[in-house]
Design a protein around this ligand. Structure first.
Ligand code: NAD
Length: 479
């Protein structure tokens, strides 16, 4: 049986962010049931893991339209964006796992030193046990199911807590996952803060949390008494730096795309732009043209531009518009939670829009003298989740990449590093700890157990007391 705590029957577009659940969650009973599932050994065989991954893939293809409808209800996600960034993304991840899983699970032989011989040593990947995944609302399918792929592939049992802020997607996941996956190994719990806290009060073998740093701290505190390891996938202000040597047209197009995708509600969206002084006017004009090319004369009427997730975020974002002068966009409509793709000028580093992660379609543009000043600007703030540098001059790229620390980075691109399954995805400092995707997911949800097997013969007296001068000489020579 899969546990599902429904939150609401109301239309998703009118729901408030923190809804009360209507059913009581019995977290200890759920944990006990899943632990029994793990103890039964059902999740260990590679064939079971592969079958579960294939079943998850079938869910994504067979029930695609239900998922797309939910994503549209929660975020007004355009179908192509929703398919590529939520559904197709996880399908790719599954295919990659199906291709490599057998190899990753094979014990890896390592060489042994003379002192241990005759012996064999191996690194054996074992599942951790019970995993908790807490997901956010902005890519609610991807950020729920992509960690789940890693947890299943590594042989764990898992509880998934989707975000109540995307209630339609949360409900559809809670309904579909038990139809396709082994209910004794995967459970979906719907709910808001009380349910998440009830889950966090249990003992887990790993917690992967995606969301903001404030709740990241709550997760770490809850994990500490049990020494439960955590992966925290957080956010931050990811800069885009445009050097004077850059192809400005390409930079504007790629930044506009990365910023306005999902209406800016992307953890690795370029948060603000530092552009070489003197190029601001032209950059803003190029972004204006991109917005027109992407979304037409009236982006509000475009089916390709998403909406802000709820009223609270809408109000917060509208407040941030006062931090500067809208040079592009600036229009907004509370009834449909529409905020136009916006470029803000006359912003200072002290402006409110530069104090918090924007997480909406507002792009502040600040002039900067050169790469050194850009590096100092970035280093004066918390380490970002992503950093984007646009330059043809290789020394500028080097200065920026070597001079700063960020979860990930792209040169002459935005967002695309996340599409490379072989690149671990994660933050550093305030933007998170740990990483996943591809092999990194398998590693994070499994323990690398070191196993040494020695022959019983010979068993030379050399290693055992009493220690003699001869033994010491031999030990120093051969150890
Ligand atoms: P959110 O409000 O949906 O919260 C995330 C999860 O935490 C939800 O499941 C929610 O139920 C739970 N939660 C919220 N408050 C809680 C509390 N007090 N105690 C326990 N659990 C609680 O999502 P959010 O935080 O608004 O997400 C946006 C943030 O996530 C941004 O900062 C963004 O950059 C970041 N993010 C990071 C990544 C990444 O991969 N690094 C991806 C997406 C979003």
């Amino acid at each position: 049986m899969t546990t599902t705590v429904p939150t609401t029957g109301a239309a998703p577009s009118t729901t408030t962010p923190k809804q009360a659940s209507t059913a009581k969650l019995d977290a200890p009973a759920l944990v006990a049931r899943l632990r029994a599932g793990f103890a039964s050994g059902r999740t260990r065989p590679i064939d079971w893991r592969r079958a579960q991954l294939k079943a998850l893939r079938t869910l994504l293809t067979e029930r695609e339209s239900e998922l797309l409808d939910a994503l549209a209800a929660d975020l007004g996600k355009p179908r192509l964006e929703a398919w590529a960034t939520d559904i197709g993304f996880v399908i790719n991840e599954i295919d990659y796992f199906l291709k490599h899983l057998r190899r990753w699970t094979k014990p890896a032989r390592v060489r042994t030193p003379l002192a241990t011989k005759p012996s064999k040593a191996r690194v054996v990947r074992e599942p951790l046990g019970l995993v908790l995944i807490i997901a956010p609302w902005n890519y609610p399918v991807q950020l729920s199911l992509s960690p789940l792929v890693g947890a299943i592939a590594a042989g764990n049992v898992t509880v998934l807590k989707p975000s109540e802020v995307a209630p339609a997607t949360s409900a559809v996941l809670a309904r579909l996952v038990p139809e396709y996956l082994d209910p004794d190994a995967v459970a979906v719990v719907e709910g808001a803060v009380p349910e998440t806290q009830a889950l966090l009060a249990q003992r887990w073998d790993h917690i992967l949390y995606t969301g903001n740093g404030r709740v990241g701290r709550v997760v770490m505190e809850a994990a500490a008494p049990h020494l439960t390891p955590v992966t925290l996938e957080l956010g931050g202000k990811s800069p885009a730096i445009i050097d004077a040597s850059a192809n400005l047209e390409v930079a504007a197009r790629r930044i506009a795309w990365g910023k306005f995708l999902n209406a800016g509600q992307t953890c690795i969206a370029p948060d603000y732009v530092l552009v070489a002084r003197g190029l601001e006017d032209r950059f803003v004009e190029l972004v204006r043209r991109c917005v027109f090319d992407f979304y037409g004369q009236d982006p509000k009427a475009s089916p390709d531009f998403a909406r802000v997730v709820n009223g609270a975020h809408f109000d917060r974002l509208v407040g941030l518009l006062d931090s500067g002068t809208p040079a592009v966009g600036g229009e907004h409509d509370a009834a449909t939670r529409y905020i136009a793709p916006t470029v803000l000028r006359d912003v200072t580093p002290e402006s409110p829009v530069m104090q918090e992660e924007i997480f909406g379609p507002i792009l502040p543009v600040l002039p900067i003298a050169d790469a050194e000043e850009a590096v100092a600007f970035v280093n004066g703030r918390e380490k970002p989740l992503a950093l984007y540098v646009f330059a043809k001059d290789a020394s500028v790229v080097r200065t920026v990449l070597e001079g700063t620390s960020s979860g990930g980075a792209c040169v002459n691109a935005t967002l695309f590093h996340v599409a490379v399954t072989e690149l671990p995805f994660g933050g550093v400092g305030e933007s998170g700890m740990g990483a996943y995707h591809g092999k990194a997911s398998f590693d994070v949800f499994s323990h690398a157990k070191s196993v040494l097997k020695r022959a019983t013969r010979p068993d030379p007296a050399l290693a055992y007391p009493p220690y003699t001068e001869r033994k010491e000489k031999l030990t120093r020579r051969f150890l």
